[in-house]
Write a protein that binds this ligand. Structure first.
Ligand SMILES: O=C[C@H](O)COP(=O)(O)O
Length: 251
């Protein structure tokens, strides 16, 4: 049985005051970590303050990106070692917005995955296809390619502990979600790819999220599917009540 993992991805939203107020509002209301992993994916700027607020509670934190070196002359980047030192548990990598607007390659994402794991954190590895690829019926091939390239040289044990998020680009922030059957089918492709690369026990263990216009009203439909173990939620994670409602629906 895989434990559900619901991660909010705030993207580039909120001020520090708003972020801390959100954490104060949710920290004692979230379900037990025994039932569900509840994760806030915050801009790096707020992580230190957020950790102070949620310390000792079951709220977990994620960065939305990091660099693949721990230190050095990399102006403007965030060190995975420094993020880990804050007590942050996860880092989102390979989000389609990073791939598209910041030109991140599969190779960069692979290096980041290794650096995150080396620092004791868990990557939330995103994959997903464009509308063009979806309409051409090439989603499975595309997803298999992204996963195969992104996981190069990772061990079976490392992959079994990872979280993989399937996010069709055409469903992100559009209000147009992939229906639960499609999400299950493509999350199944993710699992089958992991099985092909690492074997059945790793595929059975790896947790796979669906992301793309998930809301409190539709999350249960996704979570009822065999291959969907959680959700990566953008817009609907920004409001404290909405975030709590997402968690309530799955616990
Ligand atoms: O990382 C989250 C996804 O990009 C989904 O965003 P959304 O829930 O606003 O569609």
């Amino acid at each position: 049985m895989r434990k559900p993992i619901i991660a909010g991805n705030w993207k580039m939203n909120k001020t520090v005051g708003e972020a801390l107020a959100f954490a104060e509002a949710v920290k004692t209301k979230i379900p037990s970590k025994d039932a569900v992993d509840s994760v806030i994916g915050s801009p790096a700027l707020f992580l230190h303050g957020l950790k102070e607020v949620v310390k000792g509670t079951d709220v977990q934190l994620s960065a939305q990106n990091c660099y693949f070196e721990n230190a050095g002359a990399f102006t403007g980047e965030n060190s995975p070692a420094a993020i880990a030192d804050l007590g942050v548990e996860y880092v989102i990598i390979g989000h389609s917005e990073r791939r598209e607007y910041f030109h991140e390659t599969d190779e960069d994402i692979n290096k980041k995955a290794k650096a995150i794991i080396a620092n004791g954190m868990t990557p939330i590895f995103c994959c997903g296809e464009s509308l063009e690829t979806y309409e051409a019926g090439k989603t499975a091939e595309w997803i298999e390619g992204q996963i195969t390239a992104g996981l190069v040289d990772l061990t079976a044990e490392q992959v079994s502990e990872m979280v993989i998020a399937y996010e069709p680009i055409w469903a992100i922030g559009t209000g147009k979600s992939a229906d639960a059957a499609i999400a299950d089918e493509i999350c199944g492709v993710v699992r089958a790819t992991v099985e092909k690369l690492y074997g059945k026990s790793v595929a059975d263990k790896v947790r796979i999220q669906y992301g793309g216009s998930v809301k409190p009203e539709n999350i249960a439909e996704y979570m009822a599917k065999e291959n969907v173990d959680g959700a990566l939620v953008g817009g609907a994670s920004l409001d404290a009540e909405s975030f709590l409602a997402l968690l309530e629906a799955v616990k």
